[in-house]
Design a protein around this ligand. Structure first.
Ligand SMILES: *Cc1c(COP(=O)(O)O)cnc(C)c1O
Length: 374
């Protein structure tokens, strides 16, 4: 287990910031709308059970995961409330949906038929495709949608859609999103006209809330914003909320070495010392989820309050940083690789330098890293 004096590399999770974000997000939602905490992929690398049980204590009682096994893992850790599986579950596992009281997304009409055909009365939310063209019954197929409402062994508790460009404020993308929103409410109104019972409705994720906060709904599915960051640095949103990053990634110097000018370092000799240089070795690599794309100076780490560029190629389990200009680095000095405090090492910034978004960076962390509650 993790020991603060011997740890090799670890994730620090700030639960106070998580509480703060949950409160700020809930406050920004319309009255009666509830936060559905998206805790798929180990809560975006923050530790699924740690995050969900803290949220449970705060009174959050709606969660979303990607897979049935993520849902089962949360139940085994004692998580209470509704857990919605956003992705596909083989209908053969319908009994497990019941055993663990999990709610399944109906990803299209044929899937709903198969699941109902299992004869087990599973809890479900129906997904409506309003333009993303990934999962869901197209919003134009009203006959199919209505038939799902009449399926014998489906207990339909919710209906939702997913906005695919809610982060963009360009005129074209805003018009597209408005089209998705009206497509969804057209379905709702048509169901109302037929006298069908309207289940819980939800259509926004983090950016949906930040850019379209006024929509009437029962839940907002918040992932990335709950963890206190946006996907990319410097993004504009209509709502500006005081969100605070929850995660930091840290490691510890295990070796120092001096390179003479002209000496090379690491795989493929991708770093050559341009002067006599001092290098620190950190025992963390891409197998921990730290992107190899940050090799050769594209990324830096914080040591003694200064940024040290990554030297050469990041390895599976180690990386080297150039500390020639940073005094006082010793064996045992803690390095910050993703920071909850320093903007230049925020998850969106680090992700940007790695050519990706913070969602990918964060969700890939963790399989080998212990989680420490800050
Ligand atoms: C992952 C996911 C979310 C959460 O998205 P964020 O942008 O992280 O808030 C919401 N809804 C669906 C369907 C998802 O797959």
């Amino acid at each position: 287990m993790y020991n603060p004096n011997t740890g090799r590399a670890w994730l620090e999770v700030d639960l106070e910031n998580l509480s703060h974000n949950a409160a700020v997000l809930q406050e920004a939602m319309p009255p009666k709308c509830q936060l559905m905490a998206v805790v798929k992929a180990e809560a975006y690398g923050h530790g699924g059970a740690v995050i969900a049980s803290h949220l449970n204590k705060l009174g959050v009682s709606a969660f979303a995961v990607a897979t049935i096994d993520e849902g089962i893992a949360l139940r085994k850790r004692g998580i209470r409330g509704d857990i919605l599986i956003l992705g596909y579950t083989d209908p053969e596992r319908a009994n497990e949906l019941l055993d663990y009281d999990l709610t399944q997304t109906l990803i299209d009409f044929a899937y709903a038929q198969k699941l109902s055909g299992m004869g087990l009365s599973v809890k479900a939310h129906l997904k409506i495709d309003t333009g993303m063209r990934r999962l869901g019954i197209p919003c134009e197929n009203l006959a199919d949608i209505k038939e799902v409402f009449r399926m014998k062994h489906i207990r339909l508790w919710g209906m939702f859609t997913h906005l695919c460009c809610a982060e963009s404020l360009t005129a074209e993308d805003t018009a597209f999103t408005r089209g998705q929103i009206s497509g969804f409410y057209r379905v709702v109104n048509s169901l109302k006209k037929e006298g069908l019972p309207i289940p819980k409705l939800h259509l926004q994720s983090s950016y949906g809330l930040l850019n379209y906060p006024e929509l009437q709904c029962d839940y907002i599915r918040t992932g990335i914003a709950l963890y206190g960051v946006l996907s990319a640095p410097g993004e504009e949103t209509n709502l500006k909320l005081d969100l605070r990053p929850v995660l930091s990634l840290k490691s510890r110097v295990v070796l120092l070495r001096d390179l003479k000018s002209g000496e090379s370092l690491g795989y493929d000799r991708r770093f050559t010392a341009a002067r006599n240089s001092r290098i620190a070795i950190l025992p963390i690599g891409y197998a921990d989820g730290f992107p190899r794309a940050l090799s050769q100076g594209k990324g830096s780490v914080l040591l003694n309050g200064r940024l040290a560029p990554i030297a050469g190629n990041i390895c599976m389990d180690q990386l080297a940083v150039d500390i020639t200009e940073i005094p006082g680095v010793k064996i045992g000095t803690v390095a910050t690789l993703i920071s909850a405090e320093k903007d230049s090492l925020s998850a969106p910034q680090v992700a940007f330098h790695a050519g990706t978004i913070s969602n990918e960076l964060l969700s890939r962390l963790g399989s080998r890293l212990p989680i420490v509650i800050a």
